[in-house]
Design a protein around this ligand. Sequence first.
Ligand SMILES: [Zn+2]
Length: 225
Amino acid sequence: MKSIQRCPWPTDELYRAYHDTEWGVPLHDDRRLFEFIVLEGAQAGLSWHIILKKRAAYRKAFARFDPEKVARFGRVKIGQLCADAGIVRNRLKIESAVSNARAFLKTQEEFGSFDAYIWRFVDGRPRINRWRSMSEVPARTKVSDAMSKDLMARGFRFVGSTICYAHMQATGMVNDHLVRCFRHGELGGARGGTAPSRCKDRVFERILAHPPFFTHVRSGHLHKN
Ligand SMILES: [Zn+2]
Protein backbone atom coordinates (compact mmCIF):
# COMPACT_ATOMS: atom_id res chain seq x y z
CA MET A 1 0.00 0.00 0.00
CA LYS A 2 1.39 3.35 -1.00
CA SER A 3 0.72 6.13 1.50
CA ILE A 4 0.82 9.84 0.82
CA GLN A 5 4.25 11.34 1.28
CA ARG A 6 4.39 14.45 3.42
CA CYS A 7 6.87 16.64 5.20
CA PRO A 8 7.66 14.96 8.53
CA TRP A 9 6.35 17.69 10.86
CA PRO A 10 2.52 17.32 10.69
CA THR A 11 2.09 14.97 13.62
CA ASP A 12 -1.63 15.25 14.23
CA GLU A 13 -4.87 16.09 12.40
CA LEU A 14 -4.70 19.81 13.11
CA TYR A 15 -1.19 20.04 11.72
CA ARG A 16 -1.96 17.75 8.78
CA ALA A 17 -4.93 19.83 7.64
CA TYR A 18 -2.85 22.95 7.97
CA HIS A 19 0.08 21.44 6.09
CA ASP A 20 -2.09 19.99 3.33
CA THR A 21 -4.24 23.05 2.60
CA GLU A 22 -2.50 26.18 3.85
CA TRP A 23 1.20 26.07 4.51
CA GLY A 24 3.15 27.27 1.50
CA VAL A 25 0.15 28.41 -0.56
CA PRO A 26 0.89 31.83 -2.12
CA LEU A 27 -1.19 34.27 -0.13
CA HIS A 28 -2.22 37.65 -1.54
CA ASP A 29 -5.11 38.69 0.67
CA ASP A 30 -4.33 41.58 3.02
CA ARG A 31 -6.72 40.51 5.77
CA ARG A 32 -5.14 37.08 5.89
CA LEU A 33 -1.66 38.53 5.75
CA PHE A 34 -2.56 40.62 8.78
CA GLU A 35 -3.92 37.52 10.51
CA PHE A 36 -0.54 35.98 9.99
CA ILE A 37 1.27 38.93 11.54
CA VAL A 38 -0.93 38.84 14.64
CA LEU A 39 -0.61 35.08 15.12
CA GLU A 40 3.09 35.04 14.38
CA GLY A 41 3.74 37.78 16.90
CA ALA A 42 1.73 35.80 19.44
CA GLN A 43 3.74 32.69 18.72
CA ALA A 44 7.18 34.04 19.59
CA GLY A 45 8.66 31.61 22.10
CA LEU A 46 5.74 29.16 21.86
CA SER A 47 4.91 26.34 19.46
CA TRP A 48 2.89 27.06 16.36
CA HIS A 49 0.63 24.19 17.34
CA ILE A 50 -0.51 26.11 20.43
CA ILE A 51 -1.35 29.12 18.28
CA LEU A 52 -3.26 27.03 15.74
CA LYS A 53 -5.43 25.70 18.56
CA LYS A 54 -6.16 29.25 19.71
CA ARG A 55 -6.84 30.56 16.24
CA ALA A 56 -10.63 30.79 16.58
CA ALA A 57 -10.24 32.70 19.87
CA TYR A 58 -7.78 35.04 18.17
CA ARG A 59 -10.15 35.71 15.32
CA LYS A 60 -12.83 36.70 17.82
CA ALA A 61 -10.52 38.73 20.07
CA PHE A 62 -8.97 40.65 17.16
CA ALA A 63 -12.07 41.71 15.21
CA ARG A 64 -11.70 38.96 12.62
CA PHE A 65 -8.28 40.41 11.88
CA ASP A 66 -9.58 43.67 10.53
CA PRO A 67 -6.51 45.93 10.85
CA GLU A 68 -8.61 49.11 10.84
CA LYS A 69 -10.51 47.92 13.90
CA VAL A 70 -7.46 46.54 15.68
CA ALA A 71 -5.58 49.81 15.09
CA ARG A 72 -8.28 51.56 17.15
CA PHE A 73 -8.01 49.25 20.17
CA GLY A 74 -7.41 51.40 23.24
CA ARG A 75 -6.33 50.83 26.83
CA VAL A 76 -9.62 49.33 28.01
CA LYS A 77 -9.81 46.85 25.14
CA ILE A 78 -6.17 45.87 25.61
CA GLY A 79 -6.89 45.31 29.31
CA GLN A 80 -9.79 43.02 28.39
CA LEU A 81 -7.60 41.03 26.02
CA CYS A 82 -4.99 40.60 28.74
CA ALA A 83 -7.69 38.73 30.69
CA ASP A 84 -8.88 36.60 27.73
CA ALA A 85 -7.95 32.99 28.49
CA GLY A 86 -8.49 32.03 24.84
CA ILE A 87 -5.39 33.87 23.66
CA VAL A 88 -1.81 34.26 24.81
CA ARG A 89 -2.10 36.71 27.72
CA ASN A 90 1.06 38.67 27.22
CA ARG A 91 0.62 42.43 27.33
CA LEU A 92 3.63 43.13 25.14
CA LYS A 93 2.34 40.80 22.43
CA ILE A 94 -1.18 42.21 22.62
CA GLU A 95 0.06 45.80 22.45
CA SER A 96 2.32 44.94 19.54
CA ALA A 97 -0.65 43.51 17.62
CA VAL A 98 -2.28 46.94 17.93
CA SER A 99 0.81 48.92 16.96
CA ASN A 100 1.43 46.46 14.11
CA ALA A 101 -2.10 47.12 12.86
CA ARG A 102 -1.22 50.83 12.66
CA ALA A 103 2.03 50.10 10.84
CA PHE A 104 0.12 47.73 8.54
CA LEU A 105 -2.37 50.46 7.56
CA LYS A 106 0.44 52.90 6.85
CA THR A 107 2.19 50.35 4.66
CA GLN A 108 -1.05 49.65 2.79
CA GLU A 109 -1.43 53.34 2.14
CA GLU A 110 2.08 53.67 0.81
CA PHE A 111 2.03 50.64 -1.51
CA GLY A 112 -1.66 50.29 -2.29
CA SER A 113 -1.80 46.98 -0.43
CA PHE A 114 0.30 45.07 2.06
CA ASP A 115 0.40 42.27 -0.50
CA ALA A 116 2.13 44.56 -3.01
CA TYR A 117 4.65 45.57 -0.38
CA ILE A 118 5.56 42.19 1.08
CA TRP A 119 5.85 40.29 -2.20
CA ARG A 120 8.43 42.78 -3.46
CA PHE A 121 10.95 40.94 -1.31
CA VAL A 122 10.76 37.99 -3.73
CA ASP A 123 9.92 40.03 -6.86
CA GLY A 124 6.36 38.78 -6.71
CA ARG A 125 7.25 35.15 -7.41
CA PRO A 126 7.53 32.20 -5.02
CA ARG A 127 10.94 30.70 -4.74
CA ILE A 128 10.79 26.94 -5.22
CA ASN A 129 13.35 25.17 -3.04
CA ARG A 130 14.30 21.55 -3.34
CA TRP A 131 15.08 20.41 0.20
CA ARG A 132 15.46 16.68 0.79
CA SER A 133 15.51 16.75 4.58
CA MET A 134 14.40 19.10 7.35
CA SER A 135 18.01 19.71 8.31
CA GLU A 136 18.52 21.53 5.01
CA VAL A 137 15.67 23.98 5.61
CA PRO A 138 17.03 27.31 6.84
CA ALA A 139 15.61 29.26 9.79
CA ARG A 140 16.39 32.58 8.11
CA THR A 141 17.88 33.90 4.87
CA LYS A 142 19.25 37.16 3.50
CA VAL A 143 15.78 37.95 2.19
CA SER A 144 14.17 37.43 5.60
CA ASP A 145 16.93 39.55 7.16
CA ALA A 146 16.09 42.38 4.76
CA MET A 147 12.36 41.97 5.35
CA SER A 148 12.84 42.06 9.10
CA LYS A 149 14.94 45.20 8.94
CA ASP A 150 12.43 46.96 6.73
CA LEU A 151 9.41 45.95 8.81
CA MET A 152 11.13 47.18 11.97
CA ALA A 153 11.90 50.49 10.30
CA ARG A 154 8.17 50.76 9.56
CA GLY A 155 7.36 50.32 13.24
CA PHE A 156 6.43 46.62 13.28
CA ARG A 157 7.38 44.58 16.36
CA PHE A 158 7.90 40.83 16.81
CA VAL A 159 9.28 40.65 13.27
CA GLY A 160 12.75 39.17 13.72
CA SER A 161 14.35 37.40 10.77
CA THR A 162 13.27 33.87 11.79
CA ILE A 163 9.70 35.09 12.20
CA CYS A 164 9.92 36.70 8.76
CA TYR A 165 11.24 33.50 7.22
CA ALA A 166 8.40 31.56 8.84
CA HIS A 167 6.05 34.08 7.26
CA MET A 168 7.63 33.49 3.87
CA GLN A 169 7.18 29.73 4.24
CA ALA A 170 3.62 29.97 5.45
CA THR A 171 2.43 32.43 2.83
CA GLY A 172 4.10 30.69 -0.08
CA MET A 173 6.82 33.23 -0.79
CA VAL A 174 9.03 30.15 -0.63
CA ASN A 175 8.03 26.56 -1.26
CA ASP A 176 9.76 24.73 1.59
CA HIS A 177 7.86 21.49 1.36
CA LEU A 178 10.39 18.70 1.05
CA VAL A 179 10.68 17.42 -2.52
CA ARG A 180 9.11 14.09 -1.61
CA CYS A 181 6.05 15.79 -0.10
CA PHE A 182 2.99 15.76 -2.39
CA ARG A 183 2.48 19.48 -1.77
CA HIS A 184 5.88 20.37 -3.17
CA GLY A 185 4.76 19.44 -6.65
CA GLU A 186 1.24 20.81 -6.26
CA LEU A 187 2.64 24.21 -5.32
CA GLY A 188 4.86 24.57 -8.34
CA GLY A 189 7.72 22.23 -7.55
CA ALA A 190 6.72 19.74 -10.25
CA ARG A 191 7.32 22.32 -12.96
CA GLY A 192 10.78 23.09 -11.66
CA GLY A 193 12.16 26.58 -11.41
CA THR A 194 9.86 29.31 -10.24
CA ALA A 195 6.10 29.13 -10.10
CA PRO A 196 3.83 31.93 -11.27
CA SER A 197 3.22 34.49 -8.57
CA ARG A 198 -0.46 33.66 -8.49
CA CYS A 199 -0.80 29.94 -8.65
CA LYS A 200 -3.96 29.21 -10.62
CA ASP A 201 -4.22 25.52 -10.02
CA ARG A 202 -7.40 24.00 -8.75
CA VAL A 203 -6.02 23.30 -5.30
CA PHE A 204 -5.26 26.94 -4.78
CA GLU A 205 -8.72 28.02 -5.89
CA ARG A 206 -10.25 25.53 -3.52
CA ILE A 207 -8.20 26.93 -0.67
CA LEU A 208 -9.15 30.48 -1.53
CA ALA A 209 -12.78 29.47 -1.27
CA HIS A 210 -12.20 28.40 2.33
CA PRO A 211 -12.83 30.59 5.34
CA PRO A 212 -9.90 32.85 6.03
CA PHE A 213 -7.03 30.84 7.31
CA PHE A 214 -3.47 31.34 7.18
CA THR A 215 -0.48 29.51 7.70
CA HIS A 216 2.72 28.97 9.13
CA VAL A 217 5.17 26.79 10.82
CA ARG A 218 8.52 27.88 12.03
CA SER A 219 11.30 25.71 10.91
CA GLY A 220 12.87 26.05 14.36
CA HIS A 221 9.81 24.49 15.95
CA LEU A 222 9.56 21.85 13.29
CA HIS A 223 12.96 20.54 14.18
CA LYS A 224 11.94 20.29 17.80
CA ASN A 225 8.61 18.56 17.17
ZN1 LIG B 1 4.99 19.28 2.85
